[in-house]
Design a protein around this ligand. Sequence first.
Ligand code: GAR
Length: 194
Amino acid sequence: MLSVAVLISGTGSNLRALLEAAEDPDYPARVVVVGADREADGLAHAEDFGIPSFTVPYAHYATREEWGAELSAQLAVWQPDLVVLSGLMRLLPREVVDEWAPNLVNTHPAYLPEFPGAHAVRDAIEAGVPQTGASVIVVDAGVDSGPIVAQERVPVLDGDDEHSLHERIKPVERRLLIDVVRRVATGDLDLTSP
Ligand code: GAR
């Protein structure tokens, strides 16, 4: 059974989907802890499912490196096999990436390498592209630049705004994430050479 830690900043709807998937006894992974960089609404999902959680508030640390060191220390308590960034809206310091990679994946609401960064959905709308997408990547020290392990296209429809498009991308991200975690757990996906 693969043990998974999930890090979030926001509503955690993708986290919730993974928690629901992991309720299935046949699903080969379990979420062991949820962490956040703020008092994220999504922490309520962990509580709903009886999963422990922790918060390492970014604002309480003088540097990103100090914040990251505490985040890593909290994760290490749970010894997860895999760490999933599911809407963590912070760049991890290199030391944290080095500690957890390649067992560190991130979901992203665009078809990488298109539209990296914190405003991927807005950037796609502003670019006027006919399609964007969803990706799951192995995290490296760059911004959404790691190896892509799963991705799928999502059309941009007439009249889409950032919210409507993001709400259509998220179900695709959920499906990809649940599948990636499953494939890592079964050994079908080797994150050391994806
Ligand atoms: C997801 O779309 C995730 O890919 C994105 O934040 C959203 C979180 O939604 N992450 C990034 O943009 C990271 N660059 P959720 O909190 O409802 O799961």
